[in-house]
Ligand binder design. Sequence first.
Ligand code: DAH
Length: 346
Amino acid sequence: MSATDTLSDALADLEAMLAAGRAAFEGSPTPEALEARRVEFLGQKHGRVRAAQERLKALDAAAKRVYGQQFNAAKAELEATFETAKARLQRRTTDTTALDVTLPGIPTRLGHRHPLTQTADELIDLFGRFGFAVARGPEVEDTYHNFDALNIPPTHPARDPLDNFYLAVGGGPTGAAQAGHCMLRSQTSTVQIRVMTAQAPPVRVIAIGRVYRPDTVDATHSFMFHQVEGLMVDRGVTMADLKSVLRLFAQSYLGQDVRIRFRPSFFPFTEPSVEVDMLWHGGVRWVEMGGAGMVDPNVLRAVGYDPEEVTGFAFGLGIERLCMRRHGIDDIRLLYQNDVRFLRQF
Ligand code: DAH
């Protein structure tokens, strides 16, 4: 073996060692892995750099000079590569703001509106197309708006403390400051009074909101639920208008095949009064959606309207009912639990 062969062998081995060391340092994923690679290459006694240095001894003077230069450069480069890798790993463990742009992204999960909110928005849209504006009223009401103005006499069983959430504090909008005069509204019909007190006829509004009744919670009852109230007052409004508006609404909301039925009923604030049932998808069971009727002259008088001049119809429907029928939900409690596994389906 000539001296030249030995030199070229040594140089080739040095080159290979340098490449391996570079890859090992740059590819170390953790400080521990890097330390193991440091010992392998830069270890004082048995390191591969140390072994490459030993090759000098076997070379002649001229080859020593050439190899020595290459060796020093290779060693310096490996040490520098090691320091760079060490700094990189330290940054990753101590600097939490460091951004690794190679990591896969975290997809953002988009939320959406609650099914009840979707139903309410749809109602606003549908009745809006029939010319109904949106009105609002407070959830903490006084007994005047919840009962008196709606022609519900002081002795009426609907006022029973066991059927209402009366509040111990007074001071409602009418100034009633006695305990028992304030309550959580039990119906959105209160908004009829507020709207008519505030404006002259004609009136065409819906009101959507929460109502409260101390019912025991089960699959179809809750102590809080939502109603949509409708009110139309003008010259010459008749029961036929009520029936067409409700039928049009039912067909728009539930489909053309829906059937709607009116059963005679009684509400103190309407005369005549009806209960509204709906049947759809060729079903066999009529489902009650709420109450309706022609606004009682006593109610019109209570808000300063002249019942000889104008007439009106009103209706109140349960929003949970509509939403549950539409989506095939069989337990009202699902609507209030806010379990995303349920909500995600709508
Ligand atoms: N307020 C009634 C209830 O909560 C529903 C109702 C019936 C509303 C007849 C009306 C109506 O506007 O005319 O049960």
